[in-house]
Design a protein around this ligand. Structure first.
Ligand SMILES: Nc1nc2c(c(=O)[nH]1)N[C@H]1C(S)=C(S)[C@@H](COP(=O)(O)O)O[C@H]1N2
Ligand SMILES: [Mo]
Length: 306
């Protein structure tokens, strides 16, 4: 008998998505009243798990939840560690949470996150996620398209870029005092990148509210760019006419450009980007152009954006 081993892209969704199948089962049990609903006031727990958007299939297994929530980059909590960051988030207060929308926009305004969450239906999407340091994962994010948010706040025609800023809470974020960085963390996108259907504002992970170490209560996720573009715990969104400065470009301009698209053929000055390593096994895989999202984003670029 001939046993045919399927290629990665032929793996059926049900095999590539054990975690979300688990969470879909949870929602069935919950609907049937067979599951106690945990009471986490202020965290919008009733919103999770959200309906899965099946448009985004993966070519690999979903990363185990313990790995994606236990191996992170969040320099405000510790610039020198990736493991155990959860234990440093105890003082970080995420409710209530406000997001200021400012700059070239019809009506600058501060929104309560709870009100934002009422305006947009949440959905779950499986995305690959690639850190510039080469570690990579594949996770179910919950959130909504950033384009929907941008349409709501109505930027002016002169707005060509969008800038994001992380909360600035040195008393709650013990890593901020450990390195002389230009806090708070800041990032930016070109308007057409922010409007791309892939770009998300994310509030959940694995069918639950986003853990603090993953950027609670709301973060950006841009899956075709290196992970540092996906800024965590945002409190300010600003529409600008010029390209905004970014945290890593400010620190190391020779290593981190504004665009930072995943590009296997362009090595980092200190290491190859031709392969990546999946957490937690660190199994090697070839890096994909635009992290595998070429069909969605290649029209945005002329190949010269770094
Ligand atoms: N505010 C803030 N956002 C951040 C970071 C950070 O240190 N601070 N690290 C970035 C980097 S380098 C990566 S790889 C991702 C990691 O996201 P994860 O911990 O959810 O995997 O968050 C990005 N967003
Ligand atoms: Mo990263």
């Amino acid at each position: 008998m001939l046993i045919r081993i399927p290629n990665g892209w032929e793996i059926p969704e049900r095999e590539a998505t054990p975690e979300s199948v688990y969470w879909n089962r949870r929602s069935v049990l919950r609907a049937a009243g067979l599951l106690a609903v945990p009471s986490l006031a202020g965290q919008g727990t009733s919103l999770y798990p959200a309906k899965k958007n099946d448009q985004f299939a993966l070519d690999r297994a979903v990363t185990p939840e313990w790995a994606a929530t236990g191996y992170n980059n969040y320099y405000e909590f510790d610039p020198y560690a990736k493991e155990g960051l959860k234990d440093l988030t105890g003082k970080f207060n995420i409710a209530p949470w406000k997001v200021e929308v400012t700059g070239l926009v019809k009506e600058p305004q501060t929104y309560d996150l709870d009100d934002i969450l009422k305006k947009f239906p949440l959905e779950e999407r499986l995305y690959r996620f690639r850190c510039v340091e080469r570690w990579a994962m594949a996770v179910p994010w919950t959130g909504f398209p950033m384009a929907a948010f941008i349409k709501l706040v109505e930027p002016k025609a002169t707005a060509k870029f969008i800038r994001f800023v992380t909360v600035n809470r040195p008393k709650e974020m013990p890593g901020m005092a450990k390195a002389p960085y230009p806090w708070p963390y800041f990032e930016g996108l070109r308007m057409d990148e922010a409007m791309n259907p892939l770009t998300m504002l994310v509030t959940g992970l694995y069918g639950k509210p986003l853990p603090k170490q993953n950027g609670a209560p709301i973060r950006v996720v841009v899956p075709w760019k290196y992970g540092y573009k996906s800024i965590k715990s945002i409190v300010r969104v600003e529409f600008t006419s010029n390209e905004p400065p970014t945290f890593w470009n400010r620190l190391q301009p020779a290593e981190y450009g504004f665009y930072s698209n995943v590009e296997p053929k362009k090595p980092h000055p200190r290491w190859s980007q031709a392969y990546e390593q999946l957490i937690p096994t660190m199994e090697r895989k070839a890096t994909l152009q635009y992290n595998g999202y070429e069909q969605f984003v290649s029209g945005l670029y002329n190949g010269k954006e770094f």
